[in-house]
Design a protein around this ligand. Structure first.
Ligand SMILES: [Fe+2]
Length: 260
């Protein structure tokens, strides 16, 4: 599809709707559910020239890539899972706990898994030279953390709810609030990256990245649940989000190069 000029939200939303309608018509005619992201997804303008166009091939990694890196509890400090204590003062924003389990396709816990997160601050600003939009940097918030899953596959982060932020996919394009997640498996070759969203975000229907997962159930698996049992009095709100690595209920994972 040839795309010229900068599109507006109405045009992007129209394209999202027509792709969605095409997918749902296919389902009605017996097509298979597609749990994966659609790589050739024109509304996601900034991916048009860089999404994969060839079929994937299995690589034959060197032995060292299959065995490294090997992360253990000694390598990751417990305080690294609290993004609110990395500086001398409290970061601004809504303090939250995000927790859940990393599971395989059969529901078994994935233990000792390195889970890394990165996110914008409460104002929707990243500490990154490419993010120069006029929202404040928070001197008490870097926006990165990591942890190791326990024997039941649990991870837990304390952080600040990120803000929505603008990006230049089209005119007036805004990303729904999200936290980026990475899991390494046991080797670099197994790394997977995805995004967690917050329930009820009004930007969901407008966002081409979120909607490039055309199956509604697969999209919904990227949205955390608010969980009042995880909310602490006078302290923080709690969200639960499980990550399923394989199988029909798997979480969607993005390909390398998604940078929003
Ligand atoms: Fe982001």
């Amino acid at each position: 599809m040839a795309v010229t000029g900068i599109s507006d939200q109405e045009q992007i939303s129209g394209e999202i709707a027509s792709i969605q309608a095409e997918y749902e018509a296919g389902l009605a005619n017996g097509a298979a559910v597609n749990n994966r992201t659609v790589l050739d997804y024109p509304p996601y303008r900034s991916s048009l020239l860089r999404h994969p166009t060839k079929d994937l091939h299995h690589s034959d990694p060197e032995t060292i890539e299959l065995a490294s890196p090997a992360f253990g509890h000694r390598d990751v400090d417990g305080v690294e899972s609290d993004l609110t204590i990395q500086h001398s003062g409290e970061p601004l924003g809504e303090r939250i706990v995000v927790t859940g389990r990393v599971l395989d396709g059969d529901g078994r816990p994935v233990r000792n898994q390195l889970v890394e997160v990165w996110q914008a601050n409460a104002g929707g600003r990243y500490i990154h030279k490419r993010d120069q939009h006029p929202a404040p940097i928070d001197p008490n918030f870097t926006g990165t953390g990591r942890t190791i899953t326990d024997d039941d596959g649990n991870y837990r982060f304390v952080t600040i709810k990120p803000g929505a932020y603008p990006w230049r996919n089209h005119t007036n394009a805004w990303r729904p609030a999200h936290i980026h997640f990475s899991m390494f498996g046991n080797a670099f070759t197994q790394r997977i990256i995805t995004q967690m969203y917050f329930p009820g975000d009004p930007l969901f229907p407008l966002d081409p990245i979120y909607n490039s997962i055309v199956d509604p159930a697969a999209r919904a698996r990227l949205v955390a649940n608010y969980d009042h049992s995880l909310t602490s009095p006078e302290w923080s709100l709690g969200y639960r989000w499980d990550i399923v690595l394989t199988g029909q209920q798997s979480t969607w994972f993005e390909s390398e190069g998604v940078d929003a």
